[in-house]
Design a protein. Sequence first.
Length: 152
Amino acid sequence: MKDVINEAMKQDFGSSMVQGRVMFGISFLALGLYSILNAKSFASWAPSFVPDMLAPLLVVLVGCIFTGAGFGIAVNKAVSRSATAIALVWLAMAIFSNVMSSYFDVREFFVAMAMIGAALMIKSHAEVPETVVTARPVPETPEAPQHMNEQM
């Protein structure tokens, strides 16, 4: 674990991409831990078709996924899988809590879509190999043909 943390601290925190990924990961790490610690109160938000005794277990499962995925994203380990897990959980929450229930909250649905989009953006960047961007040389303007210079 110490090696993972030491390697994570070697990231270029001057890059806004790294800053955004780390903030995204830490927020899901905290959200996951908060969900686990408050599973009984969050269980009341479960859709009506989830049995009462399974709702806290479902909250703990989602909390564990968010905690692990958030940690993976924050320390730049298994970022693609972690972002996919977060996107799939948000997709399931959007479908089961809004689309399949009798109560549809437009705001919650679009917040879920935004989180899915953010997770997929992080996933897509993790799948692209690191490249160094270098400035391309400016092409020289071609010289005018000699016969044109003679006419002037």
